[in-house]
Design a protein. Structure first.
Ligand code: NAI
Length: 428
């Protein structure tokens, strides 16, 4: 059951899945264990993740553990139709996903996943969990728990938790060290730069790149662009909006990392490429567009497509046209042309130019997801409703498996070192 764009793409999707499978040794190991112990036997799992090849391997792993899995994409542009086709054809997973959905189609797919009456949900950005708490409340009693993949989803969950609105436990997978320190920083960095280059085919060396947000994603992107020879400007804010330190300290970190740091009012005049990665809204608005250089390229790596105000960009333009895949040209009233990539949605994941994070990165992130789902199944309904940190042992076990899979083995501390560290901790 399910709905995908074109089942005849399955053969292509098979090759994509095979390549991902070959490069995800940690999930392969987990799958082997799951096949023996079947820890998710009989459980129904509903998934909203970017539906591409690495996600396909996670879904296979959950199915190998005995779960009945239904999946949609967590974004209208990010499904790899080839992968959706092969998953649908294999018949093990119900897939409701295709690239280029309208808002109605997107929610139809999420609702279709919920129609399977999942007991565990995996979300990326909190749209599925939000839908459960608003229009599909009838399903709440059978939910054991959930997992959330990204920073923006965690921020939304915390808001629900504070209001007492969150009705089941959710693991903050994003906040596992084996996730955000690697995926947000190194994964977003490589895939964002890759998508910009793939979409525009333009030289990065010598360009001035403006990165809004020096969080885990922003700092990765800044460092990779610097490595390619861009002159990088970082824009931060005087305020605390995320779960981490304030924009002031983030701005200082950027400065000490060797970047120019300023506010957007000043940065707009200099940038050739603008990348937003804040998780906030209205980072680039009308007053900025009019000051930008002719030919400036704008894109977003934050979760939602509200970081660049596309409506204002459109209303400031005398013409708008799709120049090529993922690239829209906006001709402003003064004749200046600006280019928006991937409709201002996640540039690194929007197909066809966005290929998503490197496979090895998702091996780690999805290993955390798979083990957290298992933990929820083990706990049944014992965990209280709310946002939960990923258990440290689980987090460390994924890092250890990732290192070992690359032939790196670290020595544990000696008993004396453990004792020394503990005495020291007690004294502080
Ligand atoms: P973070 O919370 O570590 O960093 C966000 C930074 O943006 C903070 O330093 C904050 O001070 C800054 N910021 C907030 N408002 C701002 C404004 N108006 N101007 C300038 N800076 C501002 O978050 P993280 O983990 O870096 O994630 C950022 C976004 O990227 C989130 O929406 C997250 O869900 C998304 N994300 C995207 C991925 C992708 O594949 N593209 C992967 C992981 C996360």
């Amino acid at each position: 059951m399910g709905k995908v764009k074109d089942i005849s793409l399955a053969a292509e999707g098979q090759k994509e899945l095979e390549w991902a499978r070959l490069n995800m040794p940690v999930l392969a190991k987990i799958r082997k264990d799951f096949e023996k112990s079947r820890p998710l036997s009989g459980l129904r799992i509903g998934v909203a993740l970017h539906l591409e090849k690495k996600t396909g391997i996670l879904l296979e792993t959950l199915a190998a553990a005995g779960a009945k899995v239904s999946a949609a994409s967590c974004n209208p542009l990010t499904t790899d139709d080839r992968v959706a086709a092969v998953l649908a054809k294999n018949g093990i997973i119900d897939v409701f996903a295709w690239a280029g959905q309208t808002n109605e189609e997107y929610y139809w797919c999420l609702n279709s996943v919920l129609d399977s009456k999942p007991q565990i949900v995996i979300d990326d950005g909190c749209d599925l969990i939000n839908l459960l708490h608003t229009k599909r409340k009838d399903l709440l009693p059978s939910i054991i728990g959930g997992c959330e993949e990204t920073t923006t989803g965690i921020v939304r969950l915390w808001a629900m938790h504070r209001e007492g609105a969150l009705k089941f436990p959710v693991f903050a997978v994003n906040n596992a060290h084996s996730k955000f320190l690697l995926d947000n920083q190194f994964g977003t960095a490589q895939s964002t730069v890759d998508a910009i280059a793939r979409c525009t085919n333009k030289l990065i060396a010598g360009k001035t790149a403006v990165i809004a947000g020096y969080g885990w994603c922003g700092r990765g992107i800044a460092s990779r662009l610097k490595g390619l020879g861009a002159n990088v400007i970082v824009v931060e804010i005087d305020g605390t909006l995320g779960p981490h330190e304030s924009g002031l300290q983030r701005g200082l970190q950027a400065l000490y990392d060797g970047f120019r740091v300023m506010d957007m009012e000043h940065a707009v005049k200099e940038g050739d490429i603008f990348i937003t990665a804040t998780g906030n809204k209205d980072i680039l608005v009308q007053s900025h567009f009019s000051k930008m250089k002719d030919g400036a390229i704008l894109c977003n790596a934050g979760h939602f497509n509200n970081e660049i105000n596309e409506l204002q960009l459109r209303s400031a333009s005398k013409s708008v046209r799709e120049l090529k895949d993922n690239l829209m040209q906006y001709e402003l009233k003064d004749g200046k042309k600006l280019y928006l990539l991937s409709e201002g949605r996640l540039v690194n994941l929007s197909r066809p130019s966005g290929q998503g994070h490197p496979i090895e990165i998702m091996d780690g992130s999805f290993a955390v997801q798979a083990l957290c789902v298992c933990e929820l199944a083990k706990q049944k309904k014992k965990l209280p409703a709310g946002v939960h940190n990923v258990p440290k042992e689980l987090d460390d076990s994924v890092a250890r498996m990732l290192l070992n899979s690359q032939g790196v083995y670290l020595q544990p501390p000696t008993p004396e070192q453990v004792k020394y560290a503990e005495e020291w901790k007690e004294g502080t």
